[in-house]
Design a protein around this ligand. Structure first.
Ligand code: 5RP
Length: 223
């Protein structure tokens, strides 16, 4: 079975009847959502908050009941993918551009489960560019302020136009010489006025489910 599918479906084993769930975005959590759709058809009672317009559409197609983030205080569980996971379970997310809603949803989940294939589990973060969501106004000034922190950034494009997030913002894909102090980088980035949020998810993941290309699933827990 495909590694992403293996991880995505395995994570659904943590879902219990009656739960409020956060649904992430991307091609790995897609498999979790598909599985949840099957279970809902068989009678599973869940209510979910989607982290993107794409995930919302998919959930609606599958008949998964949705609830607004504003109508709840806490989620039982959130399941989402990641672009990189390090051995301390720190994450880079936002390859799909949904990092702001993903982080908001994960931040109110009692348990945050991350689903990845084994190519995403790395010894140190930073080969994958760190996505930073910025407001459109003065984005190039924001890019210069990120450079003062040591990060070089590229404006993400789609069809030769700037990529626009579900929140109407731009994404700067950033490379830093090192991300070995993610707590410092995340706070410094978020102090820049034009930065809305960055894709470092620090001390947020509780469980990481890693699907192997060899067909074996490895599960890591926050220590
Ligand atoms: C979207 C994300 C995704 O979770 C991340 O990009 C991983 O996606 P995929 O499972 O398709 O590799 O952060 O903003």
């Amino acid at each position: 079975m495909e590694a992403k599918k293996l991880a995505g479906e395995k994570a659904v084993e943590y879902v219990e009847d009656g739960m409020l769930l956060g649904l992430g975005t991307g091609s790995t959590v897609y498999w979790s959502i598909l599985k949840l759709g099957e279970l809902v058809k068989k009678g599973l009672n869940i209510r979910c908050v989607p982290t993107s317009i794409n995930t919302e559409k998919l959930a609606v197609e599958l008949g998964i009941p949705l609830v607004k983030l504003s109508d709840i205080d806490q989620l039982d569980l959130a399941i989402d993918g990641a672009d990189e996971v390090d051995p301390n379970l720190q994450l880079i997310k936002g390859g799909g551009g949904a990092l702001l809603r993903e982080k908001m949803v994960a931040s109110i989940a009692r348990r945050f489960i991350v689903v990845v294939d084994d190519s995403k589990f790395v010894s140190e973060l930073g080969k994958f560019p760190l996505p930073v969501e910025v407001v459109q106004f003065g984005w190039d000034i924001t890019s210069k302020q990120i450079a003062e922190l040591g990060g070089s950034s590229v404006l993400r494009t789609f069809n030769r136009e700037p990529f626009i997030t579900d929140n109407g913002n731009y994404i700067l894909d950033c490379h830093f010489p090192t991300l070995d102090d993610p707590v410092r980088i995340t706070s410094e980035l978020n102090l820049i006025p034009g930065v809305v949020e960055n894709g470092l998810f620090v001390n947020m993941a509780d469980i990481v489910v890693i699907g192997g290309t060899n067909g074996v699933v490895d599960t890591k827990f926050r220590g």
